[in-house]
Design a protein around this ligand. Structure first.
Ligand SMILES: [Fe+2]
Length: 347
């Protein structure tokens, strides 16, 4: 058994490299929990399930008592390629994000009280929100980078409640939020009125271009797109069109759980072609609360072990970009479904 044979087999369905297979084997040497393996492997869930199938056919992996592992034969293969368990050297204090909430205690306390009453994530719009601390850390990041204080901020899709956390700082010149979900719009509107945050709340379907008055109107955008390629282009195309021009900045999450590096490359190219430069990629910055529809998400039936995750397993990198040029007109309409492509796992 050679790794390149595995790559050839799985490549018929998914974009995958030998590097990905190595990482999967390494993850299987590190943990016997399927969700932890998915988290560590950093390849799309659907591709990982396909690799698992191929490994299983060759007797290289097994499931026992809902735990996953390499068989003796699998371990032998891994060792012959000098593959070993994953070592972690991540900073324990900031968990690798590079920033903390020190100095933001008042905002943190108020935000967490407010978030207790938030609407639950629903499958209809591929929702799944991040830990409360991470919402606050996103705001801290924008503040630190000079993209919040005195700046006009647009939040596109906000089940993470970034608009509220940003509003609570009181330093932004304007906070506007777009969403399609009436529950969220009402919640944010109510909180904004109670707390006197002055957030502007607008219902919008991102498959369609932004209203004229929101185009070229903001210094900063932040969004957490759905991860299909069309969905990413819809969210990010709209986001860029909202920026005033050179010097404006944008923030978004991009995961490895549902996006191969081939998709990353396509998105990076899309952004560069539209006048942006990527200034930061903070790996695993965003950590997501497990959503209530795990068992009906589309990858569930392919998982080798059906267990409900007990810890965070879905993470995404936090991207930051700046505009150097003009993004150009954003007129494309994305009809039909924008949540699904072959790498989609959680919609
Ligand atoms: Fe640190």
């Amino acid at each position: 058994m050679e790794l390149h044979n595995l790559v050839e087999k799985v490549s018929k369905k998914f974009f995958i490299t030998e590097r990905d297979i190595r990482r999967i084997l390494s993850a299987l040497m590190t943990s016997d929990d399927i969700w932890e393996v998915i988290d560590l492997a950093d390849v799309p869930v659907m591709a990982l399930c396909e690799v698992w199938k191929a490994l299983e056919e060759k007797g290289l992996v097994e499931v026992s008592d809902k735990r996953v592992s390499l068989t003796a034969k699998g371990l032998e293969l891994a060792r012959s390629y000098k593959i070993s368990p994953i070592r972690s050297f991540t900073c324990k204090l900031c968990e690798g994000r590079g920033i903390t909430l020190a100095g933001l205690e008042k905002v943190e306390k108020r935000f967490k009280e407010i978030a207790k009453n938030r609407p639950e994530a629903i499958q209809d719009y591929d929702q799944g929100y991040i830990l409360e601390d991470v919402t606050l850390l996103r705001v801290a990041l924008m503040w630190q980078k000079g993209d919040l204080q005195g700046r006009e901020l647009l939040v596109l899709g906000d089940d993470d409640l970034v608009s509220i956390a940003a509003g609570l700082t009181g330093v932004a010149a304007r906070v506007t939020v777009l969403d399609i979900d009436d529950r969220l719009l009402e919640f944010i509107q109510d909180v904004s009125e109670q707390e006197k945050l002055g957030i502007e709340v607008i219902k919008h379907d991102l498959r369609y271009p932004l209203p004229e008055n929101l185009q070229r109107a903001f210094d900063t955008f932040i969004t957490d797109p759905t991860e299909s390629l069309r969905g990413l282009k819809a969210f990010l195309g709209r986001s860029l069109s909202a920026l005033k021009g050179p010097g404006s900045a944008g923030y978004f999450g991009l995961t490895r759980r549902e996006a191969s590096l081939q998709k990353w490359q396509a998105i990076q190219r899309f952004l560069l072609e539209r006048g942006a430069v990527i200034t930061d990629i903070l790996d695993d910055f965003n950590a997501y609360v497990n959503w209530p529809y795990i068992e009906t998400m589309c990858s569930w039936e392919f998982l080798p072990v059906k267990t409900i995750p007990k810890r965070v397993w879905y993470r995404s990198a936090q991207y930051r970009l700046e505009l150097l040029g003009e993004p150009g007109p954003d007129t494309e309409i994305y009809s039909g479904d924008i949540f699904f492509d072959e790498e989609t796992a959680t919609a």
